[in-house]
Design a protein around this ligand. Structure first.
Ligand SMILES: CC(C)(COP(=O)(O)OP(=O)(O)OC[C@H]1O[C@@H](n2cnc3c(N)ncnc32)[C@H](O)[C@@H]1OP(=O)(O)O)[C@@H](O)C(=O)NCCC(=O)NCCS
Length: 187
């Protein structure tokens, strides 16, 4: 990858946008999260169920601080990439799901995490976000996604297991560490 083509790839990821239709016919948009999404992210976080917050943040987060909001919306699209699944247009656009990855010190590996609103779960949004993130990540040179999932979080484990990406799981202290080989499969 030349510096120039890497630059183009980042610009592309920062402007990422795709249209998707769920199996039930609902149209959603999958797009890069932008700095002006702070209020949409606040609303999304506030609409998550206690269970979803627990699974996503391991019970450690009760509100988004201004620092969190900055970190979660002002993205470099190199080490930190986030996509929102949205419905509605203009001022009515709202997040129904968010997926993001953060590259580690080993930049070939990135940690992924997702939140989908309860009433939108089980409709394919988690899977769709994973595939779009996987595409951006593979193009950016990431070869493996990792996720730490609570052992009783069946839905997240199912999404990874059925993703089409070769998966490996290890288990420690109630947490399943999932590794997905995102360079190894065409999905
Ligand atoms: C885990 C989570 C992200 C999964 O997202 P999701 O949108 O519900 O996931 P999907 O809909 O893609 O997949 C879940 C189920 O829907 C099914 N499904 C997949 N595509 C579908 C589609 N197009 N239409 C209908 N159903 C579909 C899947 O088969 C799966 O069913 P299963 O659980 O019986 O195997 C979501 O449940 C969530 O936000 N949970 C709380 C937070 C959390 O746990 N985050 C993970 C922290 S790492």
């Amino acid at each position: 990858l030349t510096a120039e083509s890497a630059g183009i790839a980042l610009v592309k990821a920062a402007n990422y946008i795709a249209a998707e239709v769920l199996r039930d016919g609902t149209a959603i948009r999958v797009r890069a999260i932008r700095p002006d999404d702070k209020q949409r992210l606040v609303r999304h976080f506030g609409s998550l169920s206690a269970q979803a917050v627990y699974f996503r943040f391991f019970g450690l987060k009760h509100a988004l601080t201004p620092d969190d909001l900055h970190r979660l919306t002002e993205l470099d699209f190199a080490d930190h990439v986030a996509l929102a699944a949205t419905i509605g247009e203009g001022n009515d656009e709202r997040f129904v799901g968010v997926g993001r990855y953060l590259r580690g010190e080993d930049r070939a590996r990135a940690e992924v995490a997702f939140t989908v609103l309860d009433q939108y779960q089980g409709r394919g949004i988690g899977t769709i976000l994973l595939h779009h993130l996987g595409r951006i990540a593979a193009e950016g040179g990431v070869t493996e996604f990792v996720a730490n999932v609570m052992a009783n979080n069946k839905q997240m484990l199912e999404v990874f297991a059925n993703s089409g990406f070769p998966a490996h799981e290890s288990y420690e202290d109630g947490i399943v560490r999932v590794r997905l080989d995102i360079a190894g499969a065409q999905v």
